[in-house]
Design a binder for this molecule. Structure first.
Ligand code: URA
Ligand code: SF4
Length: 215
């Protein structure tokens, strides 16, 4: 029961309710994408591909609109996310919501997920083998959603996506081609919480996102 409620919260019960207002073609696409995402959800439930399954409370598939134009990719679930099974629900998540709201978006307009779906113990960084084990789930999610723009949050997710070392302060706020999709690297909101001086850069990057969305 708990998991079912979680699934509805994560994958947009809301969009079932308002579906009559959606365009028919958008509608069927949404149902198809949602069904594919639920397949992944079921696989994650039983996933033991890396040791993180042993210490997790709940896995975190992500949350939002499975037909979104924008996908945000963080690093890994933290303590609150592990308890609730939802992404970015702590202080960093509140800051992310605030920045989204500032450009006229809500969390239901976008899809938010992470590089690894289970919490690394004590919030340590995910290991390379954990990232590799979990990565196919993310690529499948991106294939399903087929977003216009991917936003990575922090150095780890950018590095994992590009498969190379990155300098986040240099690459944030630029547009990178990622297999034909626009990739906009941003700072991790937790880093902005630690260093308030980074708020200006975060705001600049969200303004760029707003501009790119409307292109
Ligand atoms: N930090 C992340 O990278 N992801 C979350 O889901 C929460 C905090
Ligand atoms: Fe499976 Fe990913 Fe969780 Fe590892 S982190 S157990 S690969 S879902």
């Amino acid at each position: 029961m708990e998991r079912y409620i979680n699934l509805k919260r994560a994958l947009g019960q809301k969009y079932f309710i308002i579906k009559d207002e959606m365009k028919p073609e958008k509608n069927s696409d949404f149902e198809r994408k949602r069904a594919l995402m639920i397949e992944i959800y079921k696989e994650l439930k039983n996933c033991r591909k890396c040791p993180l399954h042993k210490t997790r409370t709940k896995f975190v598939i992500g949350a939002g609109n499975v037909d979104a134009d924008v996908v945000f990719i963080g690093e890994a679930p933290g303590r609150n996310e592990d308890l609730q099974g939802l992404p970015f629900v702590g202080r960093a998540g509140n800051l992310l919501s605030k920045y989204l709201n500032e450009i006229g978006l809500s969390r239901e307009d976008v899809f938010i997920t992470n590089i690894v779906k289970c919490r690394p113990p004590g919030n340590r960084d995910p290991l390379e083998e954990e990232i590799n084990a979990c990565f196919p789930y993310l690529t499948r999610q991106l294939d399903i959603i087929a977003p216009k723009i991917i936003v990575t949050l922090g150095r780890y997710s950018l590095s994992a996506l590009l498969g190379r070392e990155v300098k986040i302060m240099k690459e944030r706020g630029t547009i990178i081609d990622f297999n034909g999709i626009m990739l906009l690297p941003m700072l991790h909101p937790a880093a902005v919480l630690r260093n308030g001086g980074l708020n200006d850069k975060m705001r600049d990057d969200f303004m760029l996102l707003k501009e790119v969305i409307s292109r």
